[in-house]
Design a protein around this ligand. Structure first.
Ligand SMILES: *[C@@H]1O[C@H](CO)[C@@H](O)[C@H](O)[C@H]1NC(C)=O
Length: 400
């Protein structure tokens, strides 16, 4: 055990320059070896969907073992943010207008060189929805694009309003409950390529938005399937978890600052609808939502907004096949909110749960910079959906 700790110490020192991270890493290594825990992957959902996944998405049957020196949800999440590689992606940016006079920034990877789908009009499209404060530059987005494009598919990233590098033309940004912009984006994508199937892939807040959209639209969603990674199922419970002192210090404070930075960037426009100085004093995401997001979208209280934003109880209204990956130690999405009983009765929704993995991390291997469990799942599921449409619909009891 001592030997491995020394080796790990060296590995950490090579890849991370910050001394405190090295300290955390070695501490975690020690803890990991003391406990020697492994993660067991489990999934809930209908038998036929599960059988489909086992056949076409074999990663679901694998045992997920986290990076040995990176033990615990918080550490997975932090290390992922510090270490993860960033595969190159060349985007074609497109700005589309919305009914309220605003604009949305889309980042396309057309993949014209696709060998499997040389015809642009039928090339399947993955629509990627990043998380809170995220845009097309996030490493998890870049990895998703690398997985999809190598299989011959097209990608388009829906940047949340105000964080895609574009100007805000109206005092409207984004929230997890309002699906109007996503509806506009899907309509635009389907208008360009009516014969190309669209799969929605939402990460964290993007996953909430995706599930809320799929539930609201039912059979009219314009998508053939959905995938969520580390989605918060209940916004109240997520906020409670994120306000625990250590989570606040490590994540909540940082994200709140990110939210405030976006408000400062668009201060001139947003001043019309909110008391910006008061907003900028927010210390938590919940305070920010109370002072800004909920007000902006016309909710009476933040509690009302969080109720409307939570996708757990809305799952029964969805109609397309949906796969959801969550880790039980995700500080952003606590396991007491996982909709286990709701999903049991739904033929079209599968939850894939791991004991460890943190938030959008799922790091594996000694030096977890490259492809991890999450990326392999993404790649395999996207391919399963696009290459076996009849089978997946049959497995999920969806009529053609
Ligand atoms: C989203 O918000 C806009 C602006 O506040 C509003 O006009 C629209 O009806 C909302 N859409 C949904 C689906 O709630």
């Amino acid at each position: 055990m001592i030997l491995s700790a020394v080796e790990l110490w060296r590995t950490c020192r090579e890849c991370v320059s910050r001394p405190y991270t090295v300290f955390i890493c070695s501490l975690a290594a020690a803890l990991y070896y003391l406990w020697g825990r492994k993660c067991q992957v489990s999934h809930r959902g209908h038998k036929a969907f599960s059988a489909f996944l086992h056949k076409h998405c074999p990663v679901v049957a694998e045992r997920f073992s986290p990076t040995p020196w990176c033990w615990g949800g918080r550490l997975q999440t932090l290390v992922c943010a510090l270490l993860k590689s960033r595969p190159p992606a060349t985007y074609r940016n497109e700005l589309i207008r919305t009914a309220d006079g605003g604009q949305i920034s889309l980042d396309w990877v057309d993949n014209e060189a696709s060998a499997t789908y040389p015809e642009s009009c039928t090339r399947p499209t993955v629509l990627i929805l990043p998380g809170l404060t995220g845009n097309s530059q996030q490493s998890y987005v870049l990895h998703a694009i690398s997985q999809a494009t190598r299989r011959g598919y097209r990608c388009v990233v829906f940047n949340n309003r105000g964080v895609g590098g574009e100007e805000l033309l109206t005092p409207v940004t984004y929230c997890a409950a309002n699906t109007s912009d996503l509806g506009r984006v899907v309509q635009h994508v389907k208008g360009l390529y009516p014969y190309a199937p669209v799969l929605g892939a939402g990460v964290s807040l993007g996953g909430m938005l995706l599930l809320n959209y799929l539930a609201r639209k039912g059979t009219e969603s314009g998508m053939v399937a959905g995938l969520t990674i580390s989605v918060p199922w209940n916004a109240h419970k997520s906020s409670d978890s994120m306000e625990e002192p250590l989570n606040w210090l490590l994540f909540n404070k940082y994200l709140t600052r990110g939210l405030c930075r976006a408000v400062i960037r668009h201060r001139k426009v947003l001043e019309k609808v909110a008391d910006i100085d008061y907003v900028l004093k927010a210390q938590t995401i919940r305070e920010f939502d109370e002072r800004f997001t909920a007000v902006q979208f016309g909710y009476r209280t933040c509690t009302d907004y969080y109720h409307d934003a939570s996708p757990d109880k809305k799952l029964p209204s969805t109609t397309v096949p949906i796969l959801c990956l969550n880790a039980a130690d995700d500080p952003f999405s606590p396991q007491n909110a996982f909709p286990l009983t709701i999903v049991q009765d739904l033929p079209n929704v599968a939850l894939l749960l791991t004991a460890h993995g943190g938030h959008i991390a799922f790091l594996q291997g000694l030096f977890p910079r490259g492809e991890s469990y999450m990326e392999r799942l993404f790649g395999q599921f996207v391919q399963a959906v696009f290459e076996h449409p009849a089978q997946i619909n049959k497995a999920c009891c969806i009529k053609e």
